[in-house]
Design a protein around this ligand. Structure first.
Ligand SMILES: C[S@@+](CC[C@H](N)C(=O)[O-])C[C@H]1O[C@@H](n2cnc3c(N)ncnc32)[C@H](O)[C@@H]1O
Length: 262
């Protein structure tokens, strides 16, 4: 495999330290191929190269034991009640759904593009009462005003800005008044994210097809929140230890749906 590609593929994410895990790259491509086809092909490649369960974990970046509890602690920190409703967009193979199943007695909907990943998440979460669904592009299969929290971890890092905004419109629609949307992102202000940009730049120059890595600027968020009818609650650094589980390694943005429409 091309060494640049190897660095940027999710399976190549470096083992994370307690406070500054390496953010993973994932498998949407710059080739112009449909979003879903690129992810499905990436998972098929991994399945042909290693045991199934290992492929399922590696496909979304691995490090389930380290990152899973961090993701779970973040959605609890931002107010998900134990009997609440969490929608996990880009749930992958269950890195969040498994640990949060120990806390969440309420509802959960996990959606992802890749059927194998969704099947794995369903299996390891062992919650027959929860919904795990495959989607084909952008959209949350839920009616309006239902969820206490909608999260996107390492998902908008691989979507165009238009796709991310579209998903936030969906999140705003399905959230209950008072509910929160939490999403992680890559940014130039974070020194630890620079290497990802350099690798992406090098690939562009050498015309190597690599996973798409998309950076956001903090200046987006007040404007996006206003257009979404949401309130921008906070933006946190990738290195902030927001919970006792330690820093995530990606920056974090939290918006909430006002109790009365803006
Ligand atoms: C890097 S993985 C992160 C998985 C999970 N959120 C986590 O942090 O453990 C990105 C996931 O987003 C999914 N994904 C990408 N585009 C998506 C879309 N438009 N709708 C739903 N899921 C998507 C991919 O299939 C992949 O499983």
């Amino acid at each position: 495999m091309n060494p640049l590609l190897a660095r940027l593929m999710p399976g190549a994410a470096k083992p994370a330290t307690t406070n500054t895990p390496a953010p993973e790259a994932a498998a949407s491509t710059t080739s112009g191929s449909p979003l879903k086809a690129a992810y499905v092909a990436w998972v098929e490649d991994l399945k042909s190269a290693m045991p199934h369960d290992q492929a399922m974990e590696l496909a979304i970046g691995g490090h389930f034991d380290l990152l899973g509890p961090k993701l779970s602690s973040l959605v609890r920190h931002y107010g998900l009640p134990a009997d609440g409703y969490l929608i996990d967009v880009g749930c992958g193979s269950g890195r969040l759904s498994k640990p949060i199943s120990e806390y969440l007695t309420g509802r959960y909907l996990g959606i992802d593009l890749v059927p194998d990943l969704v099947d794995h998440a369903r299996k390891i979460s062992a919650r027959p009462d929860w919904r795990f669904e495959v989607v084909d592009h952008i959209g949350i299969p839920e009616i309006d005003n239902q969820a206490d929290a909608v999260c996107f971890f390492s998902v908008m890092t691989h979507l165009t800005h238009e796709q991310s905004f579209w998903y936030l419109q969906e999140a705003a629609r399905v959230l209950k008044p008072g509910g929160k949307v939490v999403f992680s992102f890559l940014e130039f202000l974070e020194p630890g994210h620079w290497q990802i940009f350099e690798d992406t730049l090098e690939a562009a120059k050498s015309r190597t097809e690599i996973p798409m890595n998309v950076f956001m600027g903090r200046g987006f968020f007040p404007v996006w929140a206003e257009h979404l009818g949401l309130v921008l609650d906070e933006v946190r650094n990738a290195t902030d230890a927001i919970t006792d589980e330690g820093a995530l390694g990606q920056s974090l943005c939290v918006m909430s749906k006002p109790l009365t429409p803006n």
